[in-house]
Design a protein around this ligand. Structure first.
Ligand SMILES: C[S@@+](CC[C@H](N)C(=O)[O-])C[C@H]1O[C@@H](n2cnc3c(N)ncnc32)[C@H](O)[C@@H]1O
Length: 374
């Protein structure tokens, strides 16, 4: 039985929900005429498209992309009409592309303003052919790479894609296979600088985070923002890695992830650290808590950050996102420690107390307030 002849399992549904959520958040950034970012064209690449749907007719990534664009156009009257939307689908198997054309055709909207292109090539070759177009100044690119396994999307490719202007990347990778087969030549060749003894010692459930960190380290320091979302299927751990040079992209990705996982924003299973508080040196402070949760850890780190750095709202915005927290979640935590009078927020302009809950954590806000310990 071929992969697409099976119906989607829970883990595939989670993966597609992350893709869908991100597409939904990404489109308005470039297609809304009033406040969107002005670009020449919008390109969405689905480099491992598959045939469009599984055996039960559940939509795969291409149909999700098409559907999200339709829905967005339907409900928005203030669309940019002058920005072409190019949808580029590829699958190495010709039969998948033939099926995909039919599936997309059945759902085509009557306006037909999106431009569809189809390819049946090896990803590694096709991505090189498209790079010049992606690099064009003022093109916005969303690149989805839903590979099988782990071999096609290397750190080098991510680095190349990130040289293109406004480019956000979502890719899938079978992280636990890298750990399991690190001694095999084919894996060693791709991930030659992973130390086999180190990866074997990684706590299994955090393996996808480790792989995301590996990709991050392969890019130069401060080069891009990366974030993982781990997905468990039976004993295996897979996941999505998001990569972008733009903090707004990271903000949108994390918002999608926290909607799916309200505890850590990071996985479809329990990924929290199970150190006891005393092991983390926090036992005296929080005696009633026995688990070292990601939210509590963030709370402590934020208080520490405020104590040592007195950040303004722009710095706090970056800190929260780089700590893997969505802005709604970060606001909630900041509100709590403000209400508990652990921190205070000061207007930079005149050093007065800021309105309660006014943290100005957004991508285009100026420095308006400063965070201090009470
Ligand atoms: C995980 S499936 C994609 C599923 C699809 N995104 C969906 O949501 O239904 C991976 C696809 O990549 C294709 N593929 C495998 N190797 C490839 C390569 N080197 N280049 C392009 N496509 C490839 C396979 O034929 C398969 O359809």
């Amino acid at each position: 039985m071929k992969f697409h002849d099976k119906s989607s399992d829970e883990s595939t549904k989670v993966k597609l929900a992350v893709f869908q959520g991100y597409i939904r958040a990404w489109l308005p950034v470039f297609l809304t005429s009033s406040k969107g970012v002005k670009v020449k064209s919008v390109n969405i690449f689905d480099f491992f498209s598959g045939p469009g749907e599984d055996s039960d007719g559940n939509p795969g990534s291409p149909l999700i992309i098409q559907d999200e664009i339709h829905n967005y156009c339907k409900i928005n009257s203030n669309l940019r009409n002058d920005v072409p939307v190019n949808l580029i689908f590829n699958d190495i198997k010709k039969e998948n592309i033939e099926k995909l054309k039919i599936a997309l055709d059945m759902n085509m909207c009557e306006k037909s303003c999106c431009n569809y292109s189809f390819f049946s090539e090896d990803f590694t070759k096709l991505v090189q052919e498209w790079l010049p177009e992606m690099k064009k100044y003022n093109n916005a690119n969303l690149v989805i790479m839903d590979q099988f396994g782990l071999k096609s999307v290397t750190p080098t490719i991510i680095k190349e894609l990130l040289t293109c202007g406004k480019t956000d990347i979502l890719f899938f990778i079978s992280s636990s296979y890298i750990r399991r087969f690190i001694q095999e030549d084919v894996i060693k060749e791709k991930f030659n600088d992973i130390d086999p003894s180190q990866i074997k010692n990684i706590e299994y459930k955090t393996i996808h985070e480790y792989i995301c960190e590996y990709y991050k380290n392969k890019l130069s320091e401060g080069y891009a923002f990366l974030a993982p979302f781990s997905i468990k299927k039976k004993a295996n751990i897979y996941g999505i890695i998001f990569a972008s040079k733009n903090l707004l992209g990271l903000e949108k990705f994390l918002e999608v992830c926290w909607k799916i996982d309200g505890k850590t924003g990071q996985a479809n299973y329990s990924i929290e650290n199970e150190y006891m508080w005393h092991e983390a040196g926090q036992g005296d402070l929080f005696e009633d808590d026995t688990r070292f949760t990601k939210i509590k850890d963030f709370e402590i780190k934020t208080i520490d950050y405020i104590r040592t750095s007195h950040p303004n709202n722009k710095q706090m915005y970056k800190f929260c996102l780089e700590s893997g927290f969505s802005i709604p979640k970060a606001n909630e935590i900041l509100r709590k420690i403000q209400t508990d009078e652990v921190i205070k927020v000061i207007n930079i302009f005149d050093n007065s107390s800021a309105r309660k809950g006014a943290f100005f954590l957004n991508n285009n806000s100026d420095a308006k307030v400063r965070f201090e310990i009470s």
